[in-house]
Design a protein around this ligand. Structure first.
Ligand code: GLC
Length: 461
């Protein structure tokens, strides 16, 4: 748990902190009987340092597993083999010197997370076996953790500022991904989504367009954007322009590595409203929405006093436990635990907790449930075509349509009311859903619709 689960000591078991393989089987069976699929996070770039493979690898330069990891001598003048940095700023160099055998090993993240050497075919086939282990158990798909790190320059050349990096996304990526995809495709109806942290959308979309690598990839360009209608419009437009016919986006704005939406976009006190607008945006865009646990409650980041911080990279605030019940009823663990929570809860757990929100028709949880139901019941939102509208600098608006149905989604990115002209569509437009729970349906008039501050709406036109 040095990186809270991203440091694997056994690829084919469950950490006892969370239960057993039998517990997982029961979870999967319970989900499948309810029509829910289960996707596991597959940490494929690195193991943990107590993994038996690494223990063997570091034991001697002659060990048969030596080249399962990346070992190098340092240069004559001292220091690490090259200038690659670890992803976590606090770590510094991506190399650690190991006294026992007098060489350096590579770790793209913590020193406790040595990188596997995917250039070694034995590693590749052992990792494919790991996939089969979970596929045989009925797992429906995988999130490929830090997948851009899977392929590095085998010559380990220095990164040069402003030029393409040598420590990720190397030319061997496609063949690695194709190998993984072939394993997954030998089972019916399974899915791969990559944590493909590439800010070059051309390269990024290439891994989807080829049709034989990733099914989906989290688009990290999207999460870098400022809260601006224009920025989102341009980014969606660029993705669509670069996409092949079959390419399917995976939109997201939050995960366990990023500040929460309600806090990130909280300039001018609009965080809570924007968290709701983001929900509508993700469910109404063409593509698969990914919602991070707690996003459906509109949780902000928790305040973590420095002495309670546990993560090396400052990611504790977004990982605070889910408040299930009001602390006044369930105690300070808010139904997450009867013990001491591993991180402090959000300040407002009393009102933001799932139980209170489930009872409240105006809550963010109720809104997200409606969005999910609406999408499930609306083929045009799932598979319909998408057309971005030109709605000016303040509003992001788009049409989703199929032969039967036509919907218009609009998000007001400003903190003031803005009118969206309905351009002749007005007379027949009906409001399907607004993120403003107080809006009455009758406020729609023929000329247009006035969106409140940070309001998002879905209209049938
Ligand atoms: C991914 C995970 C992150 C983890 C890292 C190393 O980026 O999302 O949480 O620390 O990989 O495995």
């Amino acid at each position: 748990m040095t990186d809270f689960g991203y440091d694997i000591s056994d690829y084919c078991d469950i950490d006892p902190v969370f239960g057993t393989l039998a517990d997982l089987d029961a979870l999967v069976a319970g989900c499948h009987s309810r029509g829910i699929k289960v996707v596991l996070d597959w940490v494929l770039n690195h193991t943990s340092d107590p993994h038996p493979w690494f223990l063997a690898s570091r034991s001697s330069r002659d060990d048969p597993r030596r080249h399962w990891y990346v070992w190098r001598d340092g240069p004559a003048g001292g220091g690490p083999p090259n200038n690659w940095p670890a992803a976590f700023q606090a770590v510094g160099s991506a190399w650690t010197f190991d006294e026992a055998t007098g060489q350096w090993y590579l770790h793209s993240f913590l020193p406790e997370q040595p990188d596997l050497n995917w250039d070694n075919p034995q590693v590749e086939s052992a990792m494919h076996e790991v996939l089969r282990f979970w596929l045989d158990r009925g797992i429906d798909g995988f999130r490929l953790d830090a997948v851009h790190r899977l392929a590095k320059d085998p010559q380990l050349r220095d990164n040069v500022p402003g030029q393409r990096r040598h420590d990720e996304d190397w030319d061997t990526m496609p063949e690695r991904l194709r190998g993984i995809r072939r394993v997954v495709d030998s089972y019916p109806d399974r899915m791969l989504v990559g944590e493909l942290y590439l800010l070059d959308l051309v390269r990024f979309v290439g891994y989807l367009n080829s049709g034989d690598q990733l099914h989906l990839a989290h688009n990290f360009v999207f999460i870098q954007l400022p809260w601006s209608a224009r920025a989102y419009r341009d980014s969606i437009d660029e993705f669509e322009r670069l996409s092949a016919e079959h390419t399917w986006p995976a939109w997201f704005l939050a995960n366990h590595d990023l500040p929460r939406v309600a806090s990130r976009f909280d300039t001018d006190g609009q965080g809570a409203a924007r968290a709701r607008a983001v929900g509508l945006m993700l469910y109404a865009l063409r593509g698969t929405p990914f919602i991070y646990q707690g996003e459906e409650l509109g949780l902000p980041d928790a305040k973590i006093p420095p002495e309670q911080a546990v993560d090396v990279d400052g990611r504790d605030p977004q990982r605070a436990p889910i408040p299930w019940q009001p602390p006044s009823v369930a105690g300070p663990g808010a139904g997450f635990t009867t013990g001491t929570p591993w991180l402090p809860l959000v300040g407002d757990a009393e009102t933001l907790c799932a139980q209170r929100q489930a009872e409240d028709l105006h809550s963010t949880l109720t809104l997200f449930r409606r969005l999910a139901q609406l999408r499930a019941a609306t083929p045009a939102l799932q598979g319909g075509a998408q057309r971005l509208l030109d709605a000016g600098p303040d509003i992001l608006a788009w049409i989703r349509e199929d032969a039967q149905d036509r919907l218009l989604a609009a998000v007001n990115f400003t903190a003031r009311p803005v009118t969206l002209p309905l351009l002749g569509e007005g007379p027949d437009a009906t409001l399907v859903l607004s993120t403003d729970a107080d809006r009455s349906k009758h406020e729609l008039d023929a000329g247009g619709i006035t969106l409140g501050p940070s309001e998002a709406v879905l209209l049938r036109i």
